[in-house]
Design a protein around this ligand. Sequence first.
Ligand code: HEM
Length: 406
Amino acid sequence: MENLSRRTALKGAGVLGAAGAASLVAPAVPWTWSPAYSIPGTGAGTDPRKVWDPEADEVIARLFRNPEQVYRVNNLLKGWTRNGQALPAGLPRELRDFIEHARRLPSWTDWDRLDAAVRFNQKHGLYLGVIYGFASGMMSTVIPREARAVYYSKGGWNLKDRISKTAKFGYDVGDLDAFRPGGEMIVTAVKTRMAHAGVRHLLPQSAHWNAVAPEAKPISQADIMVTWHSLATTVMRNMRRWRVPMANYEGNGMLHSWQVTASLLGVRDEYIPNSWGHADAQARQVLDPILAPTPEGRKLANQLLNLGVNLDLTLLSRGVLGALTRYVLGDKVANWYDIPREPVWSPLLETAWVPFVGVREGLLNVGLPRETTWMFDELLRQFVLLYMSELRMPISIQIPTFNNPK
Ligand code: HEM
């Protein structure tokens, strides 16, 4: 109700421009997913669109009373990278207490399942590059709340960098030591949680964001689960669609690594699905129907299609990436952003990609033309190279200190 009246008031005042109007095609979807399908199997049933992250938000908002403190904390935390590492001295006590609490793994963490997630990543890393690195990133451009939040926050300065970081986040979830003391995933997730709290503090102060966003405060727990599906569920959906063979325990391990991640990002257990079946049902309810174009998403998508520019990776050209977008996300999404069908790659992907995966996985023995196999192999290889070159940089996640002034 609060959101509705705020939007109506803005509209009445003529504040909502064409950008806001174009975003209205995204329907408001109620959250009816039952906590019976969540990790604890029970919950209060509070609508997660009205739940943010009070523990993190209060601590970070207090830091902002003296903006110098935010810079100081960001600097202090630069060297804090390993899960098992002690926090640096000099942090405000309240923040230290928050981080010490937030870095604890949930009680339901299952190390065997996390090990299975590592095997999943090792076996399927080749495809994960394409999905996390591109499909999920492209999908985020048609998740209106995310596209607008990213565009009008500090990250809006360099959208590609922000997308790369989220993609790398996805990829690293299944890293060998991800959640072990020598790994980095707990630190990365806790820092991301703090960055999100920073966004919740700053973005409501942005006139640009306020003019187009229907919500008063960004990044609710429902929003986080939507993005979670654009990563985890999208990977699983595509692996199934491409008929990549996968042992059940590996797929379940991958799910578990994402369950732990959601918890470290501050999501309540009652919103985290307990199986792939229930995850998919949640995605059908909260992700699929809300996809819609926005002017901000269009700019974001445009940057992503230029991912390969300035790199010596000829297959990651705009045309090929456009064809990949059309193939993975469908004609409707591609048409929203006027991404054309590519005369060679579009039909090639539609007819030969799944057989190619079958041949590659040793399941099929069909006679694919040598050129086709070479082109697909080369495409996958170039995505891996992209990871090595651009995404393999250490992630340095910080609390944002300003909004995109544009
Ligand atoms: C920042 C990941 C959900 C909006 C970040 C960063 C990461 C990340 C890794 C740090 C990037 C950087 O330092 O530049 C994730 C993951 C999510 C999630 C894994 C869910 C599973 C969301 C949602 C929204 C959002 C739902 C908005 C609706 C933002 C914004 C920033 C950010 C605006 C700050 C970028 C900046 O201005 O510096 N997120 N995010 N994220 N995220 Fe998320």
